[in-house]
Design a protein around this ligand. Structure first.
Ligand code: P6P
Length: 323
């Protein structure tokens, strides 16, 4: 079994990027240990604070965010970081090379019921032509990411990682090492499994309602096959399932907050997950265009997401196309 850093070096990964990924994994190992302790450490439940999204912060949201901030800001490679749990970016070494955006604990509403959660991260190069510390340096399209991934804290802790040359998975061993357990992950082109929060059905655009209604008609309907549904309310777990066995995951625009394009956040959910999905042969779309092509204008901006098995997402796009 190959160690994470040995695997990356053996595949000619930029050595400073390897160092930064190793630094991120130090934080994720600490988060995994804290999660394992759970109630025993008195860290379940919520704080009295809300984040910039207006969401109540779980104790472990804050703990995970603090662990990542400390570990990353101690590394001189880090120019700055942006987090779901931070109103504004936090800056480190003025000569640092990389920017890191992250959702420290995605799916944290599942913590108190002991269901899988995860850390999602995205790595960008700090732009050389932007010297003033500010949000602007982060506002780069998803295709500019040099790496992205997540650590899913499930029955085992699994890192899914891309540095732009495919997707590989590494499992956290009892030794504290991430060991290669799946190489060159490819998403099956077709699927019989979809993931969406059906309780929002009445709020979707007609095109999304029509697409899902046809899935529910099964073999007797226009899709000609029966589908199964999953909803874990943890994007990391849903994306891991899609990478592992195919499927489609979507959190589309809905009329509950019509001014917002969707619930999920572009910079530290949509973009990192979209790079993984595309690198594994899938599609990740807003339902109208590739997520990775979006030029961000706000660090916490939201995005509508439909990602997964290529042929299934292509079919969803046809429902949304006036062509
Ligand atoms: P809902 C978790 O809060 C999250 O951001 C994603 O991980 C997840 O897919 C989604 O929200 C769940 O949203 O509305 O079903 O609770």
């Amino acid at each position: 079994m190959q160690l994470l850093s040995n695997y990356l070096k053996h595949h000619d990964t930029d050595l400073e990027l390897v160092e930064l990924i190793d630094t991120l994994m130090i934080a994720c190992k600490e988060i995994a240990l804290q999660l394992r302790e759970g109630a025993l450490a008195g860290i379940l439940g919520t704080t009295s604070d809300t984040n910039v999204q207006g969401e109540t912060q779980k104790k472990l949201d804050v703990i995970s965010n603090d662990v990542l901030k400390k570990v990353l800001l101690d590394n001189p490679l880090v120019r700055g970081l942006a987090s779901e749990e931070e109103d504004d970016p936090v800056f480190g070494n003025p000569n640092g090379r990389f920017l890191v955006t992250f959702d420290p604990l995605d799916g944290s509403s599942n913590i108190d019921i002991n269901v899988s959660v995860g850390t999602i991260f995205s790595i960008l190069e700090a732009p050389k032509d932007v010297t003033e510390e500010g949000v602007e340096m982060f506002l780069q399209a998803g295709r500019k990411q040099v790496a992205s991934g997540y650590v899913l804290y499930g029955p085992s802790a699994v890192l899914a990682l891309t540095t732009g040359h495919g997707v590989n998975m590494f499992t956290l061993a009892h030794t504290g090492d991430f060991l290669l357990t799946r190489e060159n992950v490819r998403i099956p082109e077709e699927t019989k499994e979809f993931a969406i929060n059906m309780s929002n059905h009445r709020f979707w655009e007609p095109s999304m309602r029509n697409y899902v209604d046809d899935l529910l008609k099964g073999a007797e309907g226009p899709r000609g096959k029966n589908y199964n549904m999953r909803w874990i309310a943890s994007m990391v777990a849903e994306v891991h399932r899609v990478l592992t066995r195919g499927g489609i995951f979507t959190y589309p625009w809905d009329a509950r907050e019509p001014a917002k394009p969707g619930k999920l956040r572009l910079m530290y959910e949509g973009n990192p997950m979209s790079l993984l999905i595309e690198q594994a042969g899938g599609i990740s779309s807003t339902c109208y265009s590739d997520i990775l092509d979006i030029q961000p204008d706000h660090i916490h901006q939201r995005v509508s997401v439909a990602l997964g098995s290529r042929k299934e997402v292509e079919t969803l796009l046809q429902y949304h196309c006036d062509c």
